[in-house]
Design a protein around this ligand. Structure first.
Ligand code: CTP
Ligand code: CA
Length: 227
């Protein structure tokens, strides 16, 4: 191999990555969604491919060029993302949930375009979506598979980014939680990242900063330590 060829340390492994952000239809032309670009998920899929894995990318509304050698399943809603991830996870060694999943969806999607009604405000009733990560962590669709979540957090008066990340790591039951600070130009839509990787007991196992490719390799290093 070329001197700068990446180690093939994921050869023989099947990994599943979710990317992007889910959208929940309000009517045939409108949706509730988020600003996730899908770049971190893409970087994770590409890094795993480079390191020799078979990769399934479940991509929610990602407007990026297709990745060579990566099986990509395009989805829109949380329900579709859940189906795509779960079916690929049945024989996966690791599942990384990098997608921003809509926490709520409209209770019903109108079959025709919602029209304005006079000057009245519009009230939407939202119901909670299933927590795909928590389900994967508790069910382990394949025994021994490594489950990884991402937590994009902001600090607030009561707690720091890491406090929120720790609480989430403990709550979700995933093997690894990748915590990053967002807001003030960090995280969403940017090319650089600074993350702390926690284990299921919320202990720090690694930190990484730099490009999303650097973060992706740090995540796979941490996954490998669990395989
Ligand atoms: N996630 C998921 N299903 C959901 C919501 C989130 O699988 N319905 C996953 C995300 O893909 C991510 C992790 O859970 O890997 C953390 O997402 P986050 O939105 O930070 O967690 P929530 O439990 O939704 O908490 P919050 O109230 O802070 O949004
Ligand atoms: Ca959420």
């Amino acid at each position: 191999p070329a001197p700068d060829a990446p180690p093939q340390d994921l050869a023989g492994r099947h990994v599943v990555v979710s990317a992007g952000g889910t959208r929940e239809p309000l009517d045939p032309v409108r949706y509730l969604g988020n600003r996730s670009s899908g770049r971190q998920g893409h970087a994770l899929a590409q890094a795993a491919r480079r390191r020799g894995a078979r990769v399934t990318l479940v991509a929610a509304n990602v407007g990026l060029p297709a990745l060579e050698g990566v099986e990509t399943v395009a989805v829109e809603t949380t329900e579709q993302l859940r189906d795509g991830v779960r079916s690929a996870a049945k024989d996966a060694d690791a599942v990384v949930m990098a997608a921003a999943v809509a926490d709520y969806r409209p209770e019903a999607s109108a079959t025709s375009k919602i029209k304005k009604s006079g000057d009245d405000p519009l009230v939407l009733r939202l119901v909670q979506n299933p927590d795909i990560l928590a389900e994967l962590a508790s069910e382990r669709l394949r025994p021994g598979q490594v489950i990884v979540g991402f937590a994009a957090e902001t600090g607030d008066d009561g707690a720091s980014v890491l406090d929120h990340g720790r609480a989430k790591a403990l709550r979700k039951g995933a093997d690894l939680m990748v915590v990053n600070a967002v807001g003030e130009g960090r995280g969403f839509g940017t090319t650089d990242n600074e993350v702390t990787i926690l284990d299921r007991d919320a202990e720090i196992v690694a930190t990484a900063s730099g490009s999303k490719d650097t973060v992706a390799d740090a995540v796979w290093d941490a996954v490998l330590a669990h395989l």
